[in-house]
Structure formats: C-alpha cells, structure tokens
Design a protein around this ligand. Structure first.
Ligand SMILES: [Zn+2]
Ligand SMILES: [Zn+2]
Length: 295
C-alpha cells in the first residue's frame, strides 16, 4: 500500500460487527464510506451475545471519531449496517454523497431514505449533498468516481448500491459495497472497467449457502473474483462483510489463491490491520457456551 493513500477499515465482520465502514485519507482529503454498523438480530436461532453488543458500541464510537476527521461522507445504500438513522449528525459539516432516494431503490429503502434525508436536513448543515450514482468529483489531486446504480446482489429485490473508486497517484481503491459476490456480470464488468489496485469486496454469502445463496452463485462469485484478479492490477484484495460471517472462509481464500496466476494479498479487514479476525457473529453459539448469559 502506498503511503499517500491511507486505508483504515473501521468496522467489519472480521472486527466483530456487520459493517464495511472505511476511512480513506489522501494528501487532499479524508473520506468515510458507509458510517454505520449493526448486529445480526438472530443467528443460529440466537440473539446477539452481550460481547457483540459491547463490540458494536466500541466500533460505533470509532466510526464517530473517524467521521469527525472527515471532509467527505459517502453512503452507498440504506441498510442499517451502512447508514445509521440514529446518528444523522455524523454528516454535519460534511460533503455528502448518498444513494439516490427514489431512483433504483426498493420500497423499504425508499422509506428509510426519505426519513433519513429529512432528519439530515433538520439536524445538519452540510457542505454539499449530492446523489451518489455516476459521479466524478475532484478534491485536489484525489479523484472520486462512482458507478451507476447496481443491484444489491443477484437481483434488485434488496435494492441497489453504487461502487466507489478513490484514486490518488498510482493507487486506485475500489469499494464495492454489497454486491454479494460479485453476483452479476454487470458488477464484474464495472470492477474490470475501472481497474483497481486495491479492492474492498463484500464477498459471497457462503454462510447462506443452500438457503438464500445458491451453489451456482457461489461458483459465479469465485470465478469472477479469479477473473478480476487475473485482469486487474490488484495487489490487495480485502474480502470481508458477508464473506466473514462464515468460519470456513479460509478454504475459499485458498481456492481463489490456487486459481489465480497473480501474486496478490487476500486478507480480511482485520488481517489488513495486522490483527487476527475477531469473528463474533460466526461464533455466536460458541460465545453463548463459553460465556453463558443468565436469564
Ligand atoms: Zn446491504
Ligand atoms: Zn451490508
């Protein structure tokens, strides 16, 4: 990683919560993407363990701290692990790039978007507010580009997201947001089109395999990741979020590594920071048996 493009994963599954919150600093500006975090309401039939709740509070504080340093805040869609309706003031004073509230959006996110934008307008004074899709912005020598609206996963039932590309010098960081794999050709094509050097990808939903995520989708995702790595100058792939809800994640990383011909670092957000992954949701059952919760 080049020192002129500093990337700090703030909150991710490998750091103990559901999130993709990321801080990016260049000599020109500071940017936070998707400043929120959440917990799985139920996993293995269990509600969040108190240790998960504690971790969530710690990381929400970290998100607040990084937002206070940022000039730009980008919100790729209106799921609660990507935007926090309880804290519109995180955006106060910021240059805000946010998912369009009425175009390419599903019903539930349309309702959330209207509420959220209302509370932002009531409680914040913004430097700018722009809808995020298809944008190109310049902050000094830092270029921020965004994709057209792309489906959240294999179809648009869960709505749409946009991807964010941040370029400075020779580095191009691409943040995919929730593509669930990738799961669609159009997502793969946009990634290949912008040719990133660093990719932050949410990864296939292997924890739902055989339920809400099919084997065909998993194969498509793994093939697409190999294709992207082979065709783009990526030196670092940070794969996390959906992907790190499964304790078996390593076997898929090994498969990708064995199939790509390029020398690339594939890491979770925690490993990118030089830490061991802290999988709390994926180990919720173990948490309850190790640290029982009295009724
Ligand atoms: Zn989402
Ligand atoms: Zn998400």
């Amino acid at each position: 990683m080049s020192y002129v493009l500093r990337i700090v994963p703030i909150a991710f599954e490998s750091l103990g919560v559901r999130s993709m919150a990321t801080f990016i600093e260049t000599p020109d500006t500071r940017i936070v993407i998707d400043p929120s975090a959440a917990l799985a309401p139920r996993r293995f039939g269990l509600p969040p363990h108190p240790l998960e709740k504690q971790r969530l509070q710690e990381l929400l504080k970290e998100i607040e701290r990084y937002c206070s340093q940022a000039e730009v805040v980008i919100i790729t869609h209106y799921h609660y692990d990507h935007h926090n309706p309880a804290q519109p003031e995180l955006l106060d004073g910021k240059y805000v790039l946010i998912k369009h509230p009425t175009n390419h959006i599903n019903i539930s996110q349309r309702i959330r978007a209207a509420r959220y934008l209302k509370s932002i307008r009531e409680r914040c004074r913004l430097k700018a507010l722009e809808y995020g899709e298809n944008k190109e912005l310049h902050f000094g020598n830092t270029r921020v580009r965004t994709s057209p609206p792309l489906p959240h996963g294999a179809d648009s039932r869960l709505g749409y997201i946009f991807m964010v590309l941040i370029e400075y010098g020779d580095e191009k960081l691409l943040f995919t947001s929730d593509v669930e794999g990738p799961a669609l050709r159009e997502q793969v094509e946009w990634i290949k089109h912008v040719r990133p050097t660093v990719l932050i990808l949410d990864g296939p939903m292997t924890y739902m395999l055989g339920h809400r995520y099919s084997n065909d989708l998993l194969n498509f995702a793994l093939n697409s990741i190999v294709e992207i790595l082979n065709e783009c100058p990526i030196h670092t792939l940070i794969i996390d979020h959906h992907f790190m809800r499964d304790v078996e994640y390593r076997k898929y990383v090994n498969e990708i590594l064995s199939r790509t011909k390029r020398d690339v670092s594939i890491v979770s957000a925690a490993e990118f920071l030089g830490r061991e992954p802290l999988l709390l949701e994926a180990k919720r059952r173990e948490l309850y048996s190790k640290y029982p919760v009295s009724q």
